[in-house]
Design a binder for this molecule. Structure first.
Ligand code: C2E
Ligand code: MG
Ligand code: MG
Length: 761
C-alpha cells in the first residue's frame, strides 16, 4: 500500500495511549455478579469474601436473588451480568439446573459465566449437563473458601471478558464490512467524506456528529466535486454532520472551536490518527499532496478494543478511498476529453439533459464550433501541432466564455452550453480574430458555428438538440463564417426532404429507374457524328424524366454517385459496343465522372475492369471531368489523369471557363479536350459582342495541343461562328438532343448532315 497506508496512533505499542491513562482513574464500570441462593447466609458469606475483589482494574458489585424465579426476573431486566453464582437446589431439587437451561436456551445469554454451588454433594449434576449448558465451574458450598472462590471468580471473569471482547469485535467488524458496502456506492470525495463521519460514528457508537477536512488539492479528482481546496496549505471543511453541518465549505480556521481546530491541524501536521480525550481524529491519506482528517467527538474514553477496530476501519477506509479514486478515474475517462481536459461528448449530452430536465428552466443554448481546414493543418504541420492547436482553441473558448460548459465532442468540433442571452451576443470572428501562436508559428483559424436553443418541451432529448445544432452548423459551413448560424426548423424540413429524396434515389437504383441517354457530337470538319455523350436520366414511375441537375448533387453528397457512376460506365461502354457493331466504328463515347467518383481508391481499377470487359478499344472512351476536380491538388490530379490516360482513355475538361481553372494547371495536366461551357456559346448569337471568351479559349486549347468542343449549340449562327473560329467539335440541340438508346441508333442511321457540313455517313 506504500504511501497510502493509514498511520495509526498505536504504531508504537509501548507508548501509553491517552485513553488508557483515562482508564487508570477508575472510570470503568464494575463487574456485576449475581448470587442466586435460597440461603441468606450464603449471600452474606459471599459478599464478605468478595468485598475487595478487583479484576483488571474494575471492582465487583453483587446482585442478589433468593430463588430461581427471582433470578430469572433479574436477568430479564439487568444487562452486563458477568457471573452467576448459582445454587442447584432451591424451589425444587433441580431449580438451579432448570434456570441454567432457561438462561442459555430461552434468554440466549451465551456470555454470562455460571458457577454452580450445591450443599449436598450427592445432588451433583450430570457431567453432560455441565458441558451442555456451558457451566464454568461446579463446587460444593463447603469447598468454596475465600481463596477458591476468588480463583473461580477471576477465572470466570477473564473468560467473560474475552467473550465480550470477541462479541464486540465481531459486531465492529460487521459494521466495518457493512461500511465497505456503503462506501462502494459513494461517488466523489465529498460524499465519501460524509460516509466517513456516519460510519465512524456508528463504529464508535456515538451520534453522527463531526467533520472532515481536506488539505492539498491541485488538479480536480472529480469534475463535479468542486469542494476541494485549491491552495496547498489550506485546510477546508468538505463534509460535516450534526451541529457542524453548516460549516461545509469553510476554512478550518473559521471554526469557532480552538480544540477542534488544533486537533485537526495536529492530525494533518503529524499525518497520523490521534486519539485524544473526548475525540478521535482520523488521518486518511488520499494521494500525493492530498489528505483528509475526520474529527469525531467521543464522550466515552476509547478502550483498546475500539482502538483495534479503529485501525481495522482505517485500513478498510484506505481501500475504499482507493476504490473511490478508481471510480473517479473511470468517471473522468468517461466524461473528460483526455487531450483538452474539457467535457467530452457524453458529458456535454449529460449537461444538455440536465438543462432540458430542469424544473425551473433558464434560456440556454448549445453552440457547435467546427474548425475549418483542421485536417489539412494536421497533415501539413503534424499531429502534435494539431493537438496543441485543439488545446489552445479549448483554452480560448473556456477563457472567453467563463460561465459556460465548454467541451470537445469530436476531433475538431467543440461544444458550448450557456445562457442564451450571453451566447447570442458572441461573435465567433471576434473570438478567433487573434491567431494561435503555437511553436512560434502564428496560425489564423476560421470556424463555422451552429446553435440551437435548449428549451425543455417535455419531448426534445439532448440528442435531438445536438442534431439541430449539427444542422445549423452544416448550414453555417455552406454560408457565412464568423457568425453563429441559428437552427431554423425550416432547415430541418430541408434536411428531411433531402433524406426522403435520398431514399427515393436509392429505390430508383434498385428498381432500375435510371437510364442513360446519349447526345451526339459532330466533327466540325467532316460534319459527321464523331461521338456521343452519355447523360443520366431518372425515369419516375409516372414516366416523367428527372434531369441530372436535380439528383446528381444529392448523389454526390451521399456517395451514391459511385454505384450510379459504375452503372453509367458499364452502360455507356455496352452502348458504344453496339454502335460500333452497327457500323459506326469511329464513334467515341464520353462519360461524365464527378470528383467524388475519382477520389475513390478503386476508381482506376474499376475503369480498367470495365474496359477489359468491353468489346471496344479504350481510345473510343472519353472521361469528362469538371474543373472542380482541381480541388484534388495539381499533383494528385496529374497522377490520376496520367493513370487514366495510360489506360488509353482520353480526357476532356467539361464546362470549361465556369470554374476556377488555373492556366498553369491546364499546362501540366494530360488533357485531350476542352469543352467550352454553354454560357459562352449562347452569346455568340449577339451580333457584335459575346464571342470574346470563345475566341480566347479555342486558340488556347489548340496551343496546349487539345481539341476544343463547343457545348449547347442551338443555332446555325452559333455553329457558323464556331466553325470560323476553328472549333473542332460541336454538341447541341441544333444537331440532336440527348436521346434514349433506341432513338440514338435511329438518329445515327438517319443522320443527314446540315447544309453547311460535309457528306453523310
Ligand atoms: P454536361 O456534362 O455539361 O452535359 C451537357 C448538358 O448540356 C446536358 O444537360 C445536355 O442536355 C445539355 N445540353 C446539350 N446541348 C444543349 C443545348 O443545345 N441547349 C441546352 N439548353 N442544353 C444543352 P443534362 O443532361 O441535363 O446534364 C446536366 C449535367 O449533369 C451534365 O452537364 C453533367 O455535368 C451532369 N451529368 C449528366 N450525366 C451524368 C453522369 O452520368 N455522371 C455525372 N457525374 N454527371 C452527369
Ligand atoms: Mg459532360
Ligand atoms: Mg458541360
Amino acid at each position: 500500500m506504500g504511501n497510502d497506508e493509514f498511520i495509526f496512533l498505536d504504531d508504537d505499542n509501548n507508548a501509553p495511549l491517552p485513553c488508557e491513562q483515562n482508564t487508570q482513574h477508575g472510570t470503568l464500570s464494575p463487574w456485576r455478579i449475581l448470587i442466586v441462593d435460597d440461603d441468606i447466609d450464603v449471600h452474606e458469606i459471599t459478599e464478605l469474601a468478595l468485598y475487595d475483589l478487583t479484576f483488571l482494574g474494575r471492582p465487583a458489585t453483587l446482585l442478589h436473588a433468593y430463588s430461581a424465579h427471582e433470578a430469572a426476573h433479574i436477568l430479564a431486566s439487568e444487562t452486563d451480568i458477568a457471573i452467576i453464582l448459582l445454587d442447584v437446589v432451591m424451589e425444587t431439587s433441580d431449580a438451579g439446573l432448570k434456570l441454567v437451561g432457561h438462561i442459555r436456551q430461552n434468554m440466549g445469554l451465551r456470555n454470562v459465566r455460571i458457577i454452580l454451588r450445591t450443599g449436598q454433594p450427592g445432588l451433583a449434576p450430570e457431567m453432560d449437563a455441565i458441558t451442555k449448558y456451558d457451566i464454568d465451574d461446579y463446587k460444593t458450598k463447603t469447598e468454596l473458601t475465600r481463596n477458591k472462590l476468588f480463583t473461580s471468580i477471576t477465572t470466570a471473569l477473564r473468560s467473560f471478558e474475552r467473550m465480550q471482547k470477541l462479541d464486540a469485535n465481531r459486531a465492529g467488524l460487521e459494521k466495518i464490512i457493512a461500511s465497505s458496502n456503503e462506501f462502494l456506492s459513494r461517488r466523489g470525495l465529498r460524499n465519501f467524506a460524509e460516509g466517513v463521519i456516519t460510519q465512524l460514528s456508528g463504529l464508535m457508537d456515538v451520534q453522527p456528529e463531526g467533520l472532515v477536512c481536506a488539505i492539498g488539492g491541485g488538479e480536480h479528482l472529480d469534475l463535479l466535486d468542486h469542494q476541494q481546496p485549491s491552495r496547498t496549505d489550506q485546510i477546508q471543511i468538505i463534509a460535516a454532520a450534526g451541529r457542524y453541518s453548516d460549516m461545509i465549505g469553510l476554512d478550518l480556521e473559521e471554526l469557532h472551536s480552538n480544540d477542534i481546530v488544533t486537533a485537526l491541524r495536529d492530525c494533518m501536521a503529524q499525518k497520523k490518527t490521534l486519539i485524544l480525550p473526548g475525540c478521535i481524529v482520523l488521518y486518511l491519506y488520499v494521494r500525493e499532496g492530498y489528505a483528509l482528517a475526520a474529527y469525531i467527538g467521543a464522550p466515552e474514553p476509547i478502550n483498546s478494543l475500539d482502538q483495534h477496530l479503529l485501525s481495522v476501519f482505517c485500513g478498510n477506509l484506505t481501500l475504499c478511498a482507493e476504490n473511490i479514486q478508481l471510480v473517479e478515474k473511470l468517471k473522468r475517462r468517461a466524461y473528460v476529453d483526455e487531450l483538452t481536459n474539457l467535457a467530452n461528448r457524453t458529458a456535454i449530452l449529460d449537461a444538455m439533459s440536465s438543462v432540458l430536465n430542469d424544473p425551473n428552466p433558464q434560456p440556454n443554448s448549445l453552440i457547435l464550433i467546427d474548425l475549418q481546414l483542421f485536417a489539412e493543418i494536421n497533415d501539413v504541420l503534424g499531429h502534435s501541432y494539431g493537438d496543441r492547436l485543439l488545446c489552445a482553441v479549448g483554452k480560448r473558448l473556456s477563457t472567453v466564455l467563463p460561465d459556460c460548459i465548454v467541451g470537445r465532442i469530436a476531433a475538431d468540433l467543440f461544444a458550448v452550453i450557456g445562457r442564451s442571452e450571453m451566447l447570442t451576443q458572441i461573435s465567433m470572428s471576434a473570438i478567433f480574430t487573434a491567431p494561435f501562436n503555437i511553436e512560434h508559428f502564428e496560425l489564423p483559424i476560421r470556424v463555422a458555428a451552429g446553435s440551437t436553443e435548449l428549451t425543455p418541451d417535455g419531448q426534445k432529448t439532448a440528442l435531438d438538440c445536438m442534431k439541430q445544432a449539427y444542422i445549423a452548423l452544416k448550414r453555417a459551413k455552406s454560408s457565412g463564417f464568423g457568425q453563429v448560424t441559428k437552427y431554423d426548423p425550416q432547415l430541418a424540413e430541408i434536411t428531411r426532404n433531402r433524406a426522403k429524396r435520398l431514399g427515393d434515389l436509392q429505390m430508383a437504383i434498385e428498381r432500375n429507374q435510371l437510364e442513360a441517354h446519349y447526345q451526339p457530337l459532330i466533327d466540325f470538319k467532316t460534319g459527321k457524328p464523331c461521338g456521343m455523350e452519355a447523360l443520366l436520366r431518372w425515369r419516375r414511375e409516372d414516366g416523367n424524366l428527372v434531369p441530372p441537375c436535380d439528383f446528381i448533387p444529392l448523389a454526390e453528397y451521399s456517395g451514391l454517385i459511385r454505384p450510379i457512376g459504375d452503372w453509367v460506365m458499364r452502360e455507356a461502354m455496352d452502348m458504344i459496343g453496339k454502335v460500333h457493331a452497327a457500323g459506326f466504328t469511329d464513334m467515341r463515347v464520353s462519360i461524365n465522372v464527378s470528383k467524388v467518383q475519382m477520389v475513390a481508391d478503386d476508381f482506376i481499377e474499376k475503369l480498367e475492369r470495365q474496359l477489359n470487359q468491353s468489346t471496344i478499344a479504350p481510345q473510343f472512351v472519353e472521361i469528362e471531368i469538371t474543373e472542380s476536380a482541381c480541388d484534388l491538388g495539381i499533383n494528385d490530379l496529374e497522377t490520376l489523369l496520367g493513370r487514366i490516360r495510360a489506360l488509353g482513355v482520353s480526357i476532356a475538361i467539361d464546362d470549361f471557363g465556369t470554374g476556377f481553372s488555373s492556366l498553369s494547371y491546364l499546362d501540366r495536366l494530360p488533357v485531350d479536350k476542352l469543352k467550352i461551357d454553354r454560357c459562352f456559346i449562347t452569346p455568340l448569337d449577339i451580333e457584335n459582342d459575346g464571342s470574346r471568351i470563345a475566341e480566347l479559349i479555342i486558340p488556347l486549347g489548340h496551343r496546349l495541343g487539345m481539341k476544343v468542343v463547343a457545348e449547347g449549340i442551338e443555332t446555325e449562327k452559333q455553329a457558323q461562328k464556331l466553325r470560323d473560329m476553328s472549333c473542332d467539335i460541336a454538341q447541341g440541340f441544333l444537331y440532336g438532343r440527348p436521346m434514349p438508346e433506341a432513338d440514338i441508333m435511329v438518329w445515327l442511321q438517319n443522320f443527314a448532315p446540315l447544309a453547311t457540313s460535309g457528306a453523310n455517313s
